[in-house]
Design a binder for this molecule. Structure first.
Ligand code: AP5
Length: 226
């Protein structure tokens, strides 16, 4: 279902399945997909100025400063490549980031279509992140039990090695959850007040979550087309 003019946010806790569903949506909708965690990990790998500024925060499981990440997303929205829609994953993550996004979109004469909250309990997240594996080349996501690769330790898509992310160590995961509840969860109310929030039960298996997300998005497409 390729689609245009959908400006979407995937919101949810660390390990809630935003990246898993984001990869699928990107293929379905053929829209630019901006996952700030992936962008920052690439910057750390390439040792750019942003990567150097972000690394220590990411290793601790803290959020990077708002001004660093707001600049990263603003640049992409201004570039023209997202003029016909976008999917944001992992941004915004604080109220100041959400306010900055609203300002940038209004400067560009755009508005959000919807926010999709993928809702999962903390207990489930700890279990998921302990089994997550990601490929070193592109960050494709697997799980040793729920979504295993065809060959253990090898990415199905690009053949690169699968590793455990540094911030998936249990202590760091617990800290990321605290950060989520303190700083990101307030966005649920922020977007509810704007009548943009749509909740999906993220505790179902990945295909069921995908179906729920797709059927939600088909309702936005109808509205956009009407
Ligand atoms: P980021 O990479 O965005 O991390 P996150 O939000 O913590 O999200 P994750 O990537 O851990 O999880 P996910 O929801 O994508 O889940 P996934 O699909 O992989 O950010 C990393 C760091 O960057 C942050 O800590 C921060 O420092 C910094 N950062 C990024 N953006 C920032 C911002 N805006 N502001 C400030 N700092 C920022 O799934 C998890 C596992 O579960 C996988 O193994 C998967 O296979 C499995 N799985 C997925 N769905 C299901 C399912 N339905 N059932 C069973 N298993 C499932």
């Amino acid at each position: 279902m390729p689609n245009r003019n959908l400006n979407l946010i995937l919101l949810g806790p660390p390990g809630g399945g935003k990246g898993t569903q984001g990869e699928r949506l990107q293929e379905d909708l053929e829209l630019p997909y901006y996952a700030t965690g992936d962008i920052l990990r690439a910057a750390v790998r390439d040792q750019t100025e942003i990567g150097k500024a972000a690394k220590e925060y990411m290793d601790r499981g803290d959020l990077v400063p708002d001004d660093v990440i707001i600049g990263v997303i603003a640049e992409r929205l201004e570039s023209g490549e997202a003029d016909h829609g976008f999917i944001l994953d992992g941004f915004p993550r604080t109220v100041p980031q959400a306010e900055a996004l609203d300002r940038k979109l209004s400067e560009l004469g755009r508005q959000l279509t919807a926010v999709v909250l993928i809702d999962v309990s903390d207990e489930e997240i700890v279990h998921r992140l302990s089994g997550r594996r990601v490929c070193v080349d592109a960050g494709h996501v697997y799980h040793v039990d729920f979504n295993p690769p065809a060959t253990e330790g090898v990415c199905d898509i690009d053949g690169s090695e699968l590793i455990v992310r540094d911030d998936d160590e249990p202590e760091v995961v617990r800290h990321r959850l605290v950060q989520y509840h303190e700083k990101t969860a307030p966005l649920v109310d922020f977007y509810r007040k704007q009548a943009l929030l749509n909740r999906v039960d993220g505790s179902q298996d990945p295909d069921r979550v995908g179906e729920s997300v797709r059927s939600l998005i088909s309702t936005f497409s109808l509205e956009e087309g009407s």
